[in-house]
Design a protein around this ligand. Structure first.
Ligand SMILES: [Zn+2]
Ligand SMILES: [Zn+2]
Length: 376
């Protein structure tokens, strides 16, 4: 089916910071070499989408956001052999060329390869003006064109909205525990921020056998959610040290994960670290934030600061592992989806995610059977 023409798709277009989204018909180009076209069934709202919408990070407008998605493969560009037409796939922003130095070392999140989609957007409006391919994915749209490395197949037994979370939030949270920090059995863990990513860190820590797991959030509802997802203790930001030392018999933490972008979360995080401990930076704050760190303390106490972009994940390895854990009942994805909206109602979904009243809100699409439809 390669060599197909461009298609028209409905998409949620953001035209400026703070502006309401408009649902517009856009032109999506055919998949090029090593690219795939996917019909989107579900795309969750992630805080990174809000960072662009609210001006915390800069982007070129107009833009289509959405990067935590799942759908079905419609069309393959030349050279794609990791998925087939009709496959159900997770769609992620992680893009790996497979041949650059970072990719050769297994560091997909650090890929610097010269991919065509890094230089041109597959989206344009009906006048031919380019529309930014938000986070290299643009999945708040009926269909996307992405690089082959951005998709990973999953079995029919996983619902689309659960699989979508594997594209960013859960991949990022569990990956921070297993890939970045390599948490071990019996390690003490503090998780600052209990949104979708924070709860995924909690779940990853539980799967790794960490104990205690102290979940920290100003909202009591989120503390309660963290206890449900596997935290052993929960507290507000002011009581964390006391709760931690109470649970460990006086020790501080082996790992402190900052999973929120809220500026206040970073300031005191290092002070919760025990000797040999690691501070794991998962949440990405607005551009320009700085934090004071005492390097002498870090050196003397053998402590580490670890950046963790997208859980240092490799889609082809991490997605199958997370799917297995979900199907074995070890990883709760269904419980993380607490709200659903149609594409037309996407601004409500953004407002809910912004308010923190949902764990994950998912935009669901009515794509009955796009592969069969296209075959007609
Ligand atoms: Zn995200
Ligand atoms: Zn690469």
């Amino acid at each position: 089916m390669s060599g197909s023409d461009e298609v028209k798709v409905r998409a949620a277009v953001s035209r400026g910071v703070g502006m309401a989204t408009s649902i517009e018909e856009l032109v999506l180009s055919a998949p090029g070499v090593d690219e795939v076209r996917v019909a989107i069934d579900a795309c969750a709202v992630c805080h990174s989408d809000l960072m662009f919408l609210d001006g915390g990070w800069s982007t070129d407008f107009p833009v289509v956001l959405g990067h935590e998605a799942a759908g079905r493969v419609l069309d393959l560009g030349e050279g794609v052999d990791n998925v087939s037409v009709g496959d159900r796939v997770v769609v992620s922003l992680i893009r790996a060329c497979g041949t650059c130095r970072a990719c050769r070392r297994g560091h997909d999140v650090a890929c610097t390869g010269d991919l065509a989609l890094r230089n041109r957007s597959p989206l344009s409006d009906l006048n031919g003006e380019p529309v930014t391919h938000g986070l290299g994915t643009a999945a708040f749209a009926e269909q996307v064109v992405v690089h082959r490395s951005q998709v990973a197949a999953f079995p029919d037994s996983v619902p689309f909205e659960a699989a979508a979370l594997l594209g960013c939030g859960v991949l990022t949270g569990v990956g921070a525990v297993t890939n970045t920090a390599r948490v071990g059995e019996g390690d003490s863990v503090v998780v600052i921020g209990c949104g979708g990513v924070g709860l995924s860190v909690v779940q990853g820590a539980r799967l790794a056998g960490a104990d205690p797991i102290i979940a920290v959030d100003p909202l009591v509802s989120k503390q309660e959610a963290a206890l449900k997802f596997g935290a052993t203790h929960a507290s507000g930001p002011d009581d964390t040290a006391e709760r931690l030392t109470g649970a460990t018999g006086g020790r501080l933490a082996d790992h402190v994960f900052v999973t929120t972008a809220a500026p206040g979360a970073f300031a005191g995080a290092a002070s919760l670290l025990d000797r040999m401990g690691s501070l794991v930076l998962v949440g990405i704050p607005a551009e320009g934030l700085t934090v004071d760190i005492d390097p002498g303390v870090l050196a003397v106490a053998n402590q580490k600061i670890l950046g963790s972009k997208m859980g240092t994940a490799r889609l082809a390895i991490d997605v199958p592992r997370l799917v297995d854990q979900y199907l074995a009942g070890l990883l709760d994805l269904d419980g993380m989806v607490t709200s659903r909206h149609s594409l037309d109602d996407i601004d409500t979904a953004f407002a809910e995610a912004r308010s923190g009243e949902v764990i994950r809100t998912v935009v669901v699409f009515d794509n009955a059977d796009p592969v069969a439809e296209e075959a007609l």
